[in-house]
Design a protein around this ligand. Structure first.
Ligand code: NAD
Length: 424
């Protein structure tokens, strides 16, 4: 792989390495000039912050956080904030880059960004999390604003986290700035439908993929990895559409029942017990077993690099709906493509979240709100059109769907770059 401008190459199999590998493949399909490729494979701006938080016992702990803007040619940058103990700069760079292509695939006027803090949020009290969030928001406010960079929730962060960021930013400005984040609670300017949007987009693209095979949700069984915002809503909506959900998992382990699991009841059980395992009438399975569980559709909705060359050939599903970003390595991708598995790539499959985040941003800027029906109808239209645009790209160019999604997104960013020109 060609080194970056600073002479480094990301570690093999790190998320950034995967993102660059995918980019290089798509750039070759597009026949991109080398200098344009060089421009787009680099992030525009990277901020690392080390900041103190006073913990409940009076001690001071220093945390490290990141905010990366990958590209701004199509508009302000957009992307979530992740709280996880394994977050690092390379992961954030990859996630920011994928956000750029994702926004372009669904043709919304944003570039890509991502942020994160190295922390296990489950180990902090609510007061500590609030202080950490307020300080992190203050630290990144030099690169965050409603016209420039708009965060949203990701792994380990919630609408409450967004409320604290919005309030912190607003306190510094002296007035309420609702549009500085999306994924906020409805009560302070959040959008109807945003909480469900990513899972709804996963459901819509999967439904369209099934249609191309002459099938519907009523014909299939589904296993979902991750039972957070994306995984739980994906499982619930697919079940509502008639699918049988046979296996679910979260970080603490998985559960299965070949006859089907009642997802709402599982969610209630999880709320009360803090974990899925032990849900009455289910068998306990490991996370590794979930990925290879006999189900027609596998929807990885947790973290990156879950399906690798080590387990890809054991995957039994014939369709994979990538709710998570980067859930499989390029080697796994190849193995599954060779097996004829229908992969709905992340930057298409999970783009419902950023699409409704766009709607939320527009509503927040205008202080004028849309109904549930308007949101879901617009989301449906964008997801269906984007799905078919990616399928057409794959068909016309005779390339894999993941490459097709990248090609579609990257090409739109290239056109915008050419129109704007290189400053000065
Ligand atoms: P979340 O924090 O709400 O949920 C994450 C879930 O994954 C939790 O249930 C957690 O227990 C589980 N998990 C973590 N590690 C796991 C492991 N090793 N095995 C199995 N389960 C594990 O996060 P989320 O917002 O649902 O995000 C999930 C994925 O979807 C991430 O890749 C994220 O980048 C992506 N995504 C999120 C959004 C969004 O709107 N929230 C939008 C697009 C993509």
């Amino acid at each position: 792989m060609k080194p970056l401008a600073d002479g480094t190459t990301p570690p093999k199999n790190s998320s950034y390495w995967v993102a660059l590998q995918q980019f290089d493949e798509a750039a070759a399909v597009l026949g991109l000039e080398e200098d344009m490729g060089d421009l787009l494979r680099h992030t525009k701006r990277e901020l690392t912050v080390n900041f103190p938080v006073t913990m409940d016992d009076g001690s001071i702990r220093v945390f490290t956080g990141f905010r990366v803007h990958h590209n701004t040619v199509r508009g302000p940058t957009k992307g979530g904030i992740r709280y996880h103990h394994l977050v690092d700069m390379n992961e954030i760079r990859a996630l920011a880059m994928w956000m750029t292509w994702k926004c372009a695939v669904v043709n919304i006027p944003f570039g890509g960004a991502k942020g994160g803090v190295i922390v296990n949020p489950k180990e902090l009290s609510e007061a500590e999390l609030r202080k950490l969030t307020r300080r992190f928001a203050t630290e990144i406010s030099i690169v965050m604003c409603p016209e420039g960079d708009i965060p949203a929730p990701d792994v380990g962060t919630t609408p409450q986290t967004m409320a604290w960021i919005m309030d912190t930013y607003s306190m510094h400005q002296g007035h309420s700035v609702n549009a500085v984040v999306t994924g906020k609670p409805i009560e302070i300017g959040g959008s109807l439908g945003r909480f469900e949007a990513t899972g709804r987009g996963v459901m819509i693209t999967t439904r369209e993929a099934l249609k191309t095979l002459g099938k519907s949700f009523r014909d299939v069984t589904v296993a979902v990895q991750g039972f957070g915002n994306v995984g739980a809503v994906t499982a619930m909506l697919m079940q509502e559409e008639g699918a049988k959900i046979v296996a679910l998992s979260d970080v603490s382990g998985g559960i299965a029942n070949p006859k089907g699991l009642d997802v709402k009841a599982v969610a209630e059980y999880c709320e009360t017990n803090g974990r899925l395992v032990g849900f009455p009438g289910s068998n306990e399975i490991s996370n590794e077993e979930l990925l290879t569980y006999p189900a027609d559709i596998l929807s990885p909705c947790a973290l990156e690099n879950q399906i690798t060359d080590k387990n890809a050939d054991k995957v039994q599903a014939w369709m994979i709906a990538e709710g998570a970003n980067g859930p499989m390595t390029p080697e796994a991708d190849r193995i599954l493509e060779d097996k004829g598995v229908f992969i709905i790539p992340d930057i298409l499959c999970n783009a419902g979240g950023v699409t409704v985040s766009y709607f939320e941003w527009v509503q927040s800027l205008q202080f004028f709100f849309w109904s549930d029906e308007e949101i879901n109808e617009r989301l449906e239209r964008i997801m269906v059109n984007s799905f078919h645009a990616v399928m057409a790209e794959a068909e016309n160019r005779k390339i894999e769907r993941r490459v097709a999604a990248q090609v579609l997104g990257i090409d739109r960013v290239v056109k915008a770059t050419e129109l704007r020109g290189i400053y000065p």
